[in-house]
Design a protein around this ligand. Structure first.
Ligand code: NAD
Length: 428
């Protein structure tokens, strides 16, 4: 399934070029916005538990900071590449702009597999990453956050190292911290909930009652778990989820026509979102190949794992029944597949709108940290819903007005905002 020739950064640039053309941006502005402003590569030597030294590769990319400090997560992944990080940083710029929060776009990563690392070794990677980049990040420059296979503990080690180096307390240098240590209530839920707030409004706009709809998810990690929780609360039924099996080094889909039971599956899922397939089989789930999540006859598909999953090949397996896709993952759909989805009449809520709940809540974490006063979870969730709903309608109304695909409308709004900020600053 993995396409080795796929380059996510080329895809991000291709998406940008198409919209820049439609917006009539001048050559200089295009040149400026289609590439990251800054890109850091470094090595992180770690003394392993067995006494040997292993060298890990780390990255940080700051795509654009015209609207505010760069913002974006840090991934730990064995297949991390600089082009993935550059693409994700670019998408973060558009994401912050589309929900209209005063932040730019950044992203980081380390090529490593936390499954095979002790907690001490992971801590050393976190501290080593900060040691290399401390001068170029910070509350006023670039604010990292968790992403695939990183969590609040990793963020806290990073903050601690940054404070060791800087000699002060800087809770605003990173978000996704544990609650009680500067973290915001609701952050864990935020991305998954945001995926469902935008889906809820999409269904409402098309006069579809969310109650009784069915969905299939790729992934069963942070985003998918909370999206499923809220989707079920609204009366939806999830019939399939897929996850990565560390032992077999491949993915599986877990299907039950009568609907999955979230808690039951959570009980047999590891902390990386991997579902135990033997236990799942014992409790009545059909175990299918990893690709099967996309073939299900459901109303809604929610990719919430990796990029490049709905591509020119896999898009052909999508059932006629599917009418909505809400993109929890970053970059799950290729431009070629987009054209086919558009022809199929599928309503797509693009990734950088659908999954913007996480960064929106990170922005709330910064605000609360600056005030040193923390909101209740209900307050956070209500503010999140308001921002996501407003952003959805901004994009939806433009897409209706101009008769264009939701992704194009979202890009138009976001790119125009960043181009305008860059212009006002006198950069382009
Ligand atoms: P996670 O690490 O918590 O979970 C990832 C899930 O994907 C796990 O269930 C894993 O088993 C599964 N997975 C991995 N490879 C797979 C494969 N080949 N096939 C099927 N399943 C596979 O990560 P997450 O935080 O849920 O993030 C998921 C996606 O959402 C990523 O694209 C991430 O960039 C994006 N995202 C996350 C956030 C956030 O706040 N967590 C915010 C915005 C976007």
């Amino acid at each position: 399934m993995e396409d080795k020739s796929f380059n996510p950064f080329k895809m991000a640039q291709q998406q940008f070029d198409e919209i820049a053309e439609q917006l009539g941006l001048d050559e200089g502005t295009r040149d400026f916005l289609r590439n990251p402003r800054r890109e850091y590569h470094f090595t992180i030597p770690v003394r392993m538990d067995d006494g040997t030294t292993k060298v890990f590769k780390g990255f940080r990319v700051q795509h654009n900071d015209a609207r505010g400090p760069s913002k974006g997560g840090i991934r730990f992944h064995p297949q991390e590449t600089i082009d993935t990080v550059k693409a994700l940083a670019t998408w973060m710029t558009w994401k912050c702009a589309v929900v209209d929060i005063p932040l730019g776009g950044g992203k980081g990563g380390v090529i490593c597999d936390p499954h095979n690392l002790s907690m001490r070794e992971q801590e050393q990677i976190c501290r080593g990453w900060v040691k290399q980049i401390a001068r170029n990040i910070g509350p006023l420059q670039d604010v990292p956050a968790p992403d695939v296979m990183t969590n609040s503990q990793h963020m806290l080690w990073m903050m601690d190292e940054y404070e060791n180096i800087s000699g002060g307390k800087f809770p605003g240098m990173i978000t996704g911290k544990p609650v009680g240590m500067g973290g915001s209530l609701g952050r864990t839920e935020a991305t998954g909930y945001g995926v469902i707030y935008t889906l809820r409004e999409a269904l409402r706009s098309k006069n579809v009652d969310i109650k009784g709809t069915t969905a299939s998810f790729q992934g069963f990690g942070n985003v998918a778990q909370y999206a499923i929780e809220l989707y079920h609360k609204y009366g939806g039924k999830t019939v399939c989820v897929s996850s990565w099996d560390q032992q077999d080094q491949k993915s599986y889909s877990f299907y039950r026509e009568s609907g999955i039971n979230l808690q039951e599956l959570l009980d047999i899922t590891d902390k990386f979102g991997g579902i135990d397939k033997k236990k799942a089989k014992n409790i009545g789930y059909e175990i299918l190949s990893g690709d099967e999540w996309i073939n299900r006859e459901v109303d809604i598909l929610i990719p919430a794992a990796l990029e490049n999953q709905i591509n020119a090949q896999t898009v052909l397996n999508i059932s006629d029944k599917v009418k909505f896709i809400s993109e929890g993952a970053n970059g799950p759909t290729t431009p070629e597949a987009d054209k086919i989805l558009s022809d199929m009449g599928i309503f797509v809520i693009p990734d950088f709108l659908a999954n913007a709940g996480g960064v929106t809540c990170s922005y709330f974490e910064q605000i609360q940290g600056n005030m040193n006063f923390f909101w209740t979870k209900d307050e956070v969730i209500e503010k999140l819903d308001n921002i996501m709903t407003k952003a959805f309608y901004g994009v939806y109304e433009l897409s209706e007005k101009r008769g264009i695909f939701m992704r194009d409308a979202a890009y138009m709004i976001a790119i125009a905002r960043v181009a305008e900020a860059s212009k006002l600053r006198g950069w382009v």
